[in-house]
Design a protein around this ligand. Structure first.
Ligand code: SF4
Length: 326
């Protein structure tokens, strides 16, 4: 591990000063410390932000929820307001990582976590995300877990977060604070597809700090849930996943929010599926018809063609679980 300095910020201003110097923010450390041990990340300065007042879940004026960036995954999953209004968020969190990691890791850190592409973590392998211009070992290598949506000729690594899939489906907003003041970014714009710059993963300006993720109000009742398909039933990343939220009134689907995980270089919003649902009555036929659009535009690699069918089945099954059948 390379030498680095460590400072604990006492307040937001102290953290922003550290950010201005080019320091890296750290809270739970469940990703960054691993990557530093493996020499994948080599920050010169760490700014510990765990003492900042960003630990609350609060209701917003419009009826949404604001989850502070330093709320732990476990605390967010257990929070009564989250469980009542957005079970899809609680379920996505509970299906992530392990209890120990969920106690340490924060919501802000979770959405900032880096890919689990094995070549990214192997410093002897070419990887455009870790070292721009060095190549991509995965594109011609073993790419079973990689993306079928949103990849480029530079990188096809999936985003590993589960709760980010729920945030994408629900059209959350990321609150940021930086040297130039506050900023809000739609969650669907916050995480970046690789394109020609796979090393640039978020819409973050130098020194900016995530302060919260806001979930907008949706019409009530909103039924929602998260389904994760993986090689083993615990402590594993998704092969495919589906976050679904439906508002049904008088037997008609009035609002549908759907996103998929494990298949995209970012959590993948499924607008074609959503459009197929809105204005229709629940039925098994509708779930199948809508889910058939889930893999539109997919470009599989040598070892992950199976994800196309698996994604459609995952979305169909979760539509049925959340929407039931009339
Ligand atoms: Fe690196 Fe992306 Fe290629 Fe993985 S898929 S080796 S993260 S460039």
């Amino acid at each position: 591990m390379h030498p680095f300095s460590y400072t604990k910020a006492a307040d937001v201003e102290g953290a922003l000063n550290g950010g201005r110097r080019g320091g890296r923010f750290i809270a739970g450390g469940t990703t960054l410390v691993d990557l530093m041990r493996e020499n994948v990340e080599r920050p010169r300065e760490l700014i510990d932000i765990s003492a900042l007042p960003l630990h609350d879940v609060t209701g917003t004026a419009g009826g949404g929820l604001r989850i502070g960036a330093l709320v732990s995954m476990a605390a967010a999953a257990a929070h009564p307001k989250v469980r009542a209004a957005f079970p899809v968020v609680a379920q996505a969190l509970e299906l992530s990582a392990s209890p120990q990691l969920r106690n340490m890791a924060t919501i802000g850190g979770n959405i900032m976590q880096r890919t689990r592409c094995t070549y990214f973590r192997d410093v002897t392998a070419p990887c455009n995300k870790r070292r721009p211009g060095s190549g991509c070992a995965a594109l011609d290598g073993f790419n079973r877990s990689h993306a079928i949506l949103g990849g480029s000729d530079q990188c096809a690594a999936t985003h590993p977060s589960d709760v980010a899939v729920a945030f994408t489906a629900l059209e959350a907003t990321v609150h940021l604070l930086g040297p130039d003041g506050e900023r809000r970014v739609a969650f669907t714009d916050f995480l970046l597809q690789p394109g020609d710059t796979p090393d640039r993963e978020q819409d973050l300006r130098p020194g900016e700090l995530i302060t919260a993720v806001e979930l907008p109000a949706h019409p009530r009742p909103l039924k929602s849930g998260y389904l994760k398909v993986r090689d083993r039933q615990s402590y594993e990343f998704a092969l495919t996943s589906a976050a679904v939220a439906l508002h049904v009134r008088d037997g008609v689907i009035r609002e549908a929010k759907v996103a998929a995980g494990g298949v995209g270089t970012v959590p993948w919003k499924l607008p074609a599926v959503e459009r197929s649902l809105v204005g229709e009555r629940q039925s098994d036929a509708l779930w199948a018809e809508a889910a058939a659009r889930a893999a539109d535009g997919a470009r599989p690699l040598r070892n992950n063609r199976f994800k196309i069918e698996l994604l459609k089945r995952t979305v169909e099954r979760q539509l049925r679980i959340v929407g039931g059948v009339k």
